[in-house]
Design a binder for this molecule. Sequence first.
Ligand SMILES: [Fe+2]
Length: 378
Amino acid sequence: MARTVTTRELYDEINAGTVPMILDVRNQDEFAAWQVEGTRPVETRNLPIWMAVEQIDDLVKEIPQDTIVVCAHGNGSDLLLDMLADEGKSCRSLEGGTAAWAELLVAKRLPTTPEGVVVWQVQRPAKACLSYVIGVPGRNAIVIDPARFPQDYIDLAASEGMTVTHVLDTHVHADHITGGPQLAEEVGATYHVPIEDTGRAPTPFANTPLEDGVEIDLGDAKVHVLNIRTPGHTPGSTCINIPGRYLITGDTVFVRGIGRPDLTGRAEELATELFHTVHDRLQPLDPATIVLPAHWSFANEIDEEGLVQTPLGHIFESTLLSEADLAAFIEQIITSLPAAPDTYDTIRLVNSGRQEASAEQLEILEIGKNQCAASTTT
Ligand SMILES: [Fe+2]
């Protein structure tokens, strides 16, 4: 058996249910902040490396064969493998550790629309973040809410002979660093982010904000991809609608839940806007349209095909989204809000070009799964 497992191999093995245990040898506070997770539960144990070394005799009795050992960069876990092997336990170490896991992107292809639009959902397990590549083979592509690793998106578009002509952030994200301006610059595409979210101030990157209802040209007259304004999670939040087919919702609505309206302050005002967005802008759309959000919160939002998606009609079955009374909606949403991580204000400033951060700071700012949902009940 190989000595190491790559991030993608581990992702596939977790999802196949063949990982007997993950032994995470980082410190307890690092483990508490976030862990390696796939789309189905896996038994995970935390024992800091120094304790694992000290307690090696007991440890070998407690962990199964083929345990995956994980540390921050893959060095400590690699060291432990030899000690475990000496005691007869054949284990593997995660190549690059949790630092590599934080950068893993997994692209999943959705059914092509009858008009010929191809759609990839790009999942980032470490953050439970989703981004999208949408385009017409041989023509143009738009990348929506990209993570800060441009090459994956460039490769996906190229695999269908598509040119990335547009890069869009549905809103200024608070939970992760956007790769939007960097990707747009690298491929010579036009970048779009709502100016209501950037504070309407000049940005260090080029930005062409999109008006409500404007069409994004994918180089094929049969194809209609529309920008629709859906304020609430943030003042400028938008969705991308491929009418009757797919609705990329950013953090406005999720498979189970709704985007929290408090991250930019003015929670009650934005909750009111969110109410009107849900009822006036989303509910009139074709209920068969497939919702493709920017996040998931729990593994039960991932379907049997490994995709985070649901028909638009289903989301209105939830208690919160079916609430017809504005005051009751605001009350429910405000009381469901968890405390926001203290890094979120800084991430918003970085994403709107108002603050700079080093590569190391970016890594630290991004630690932990997103907490963008106000409610995850059904
Ligand atoms: Fe967000």
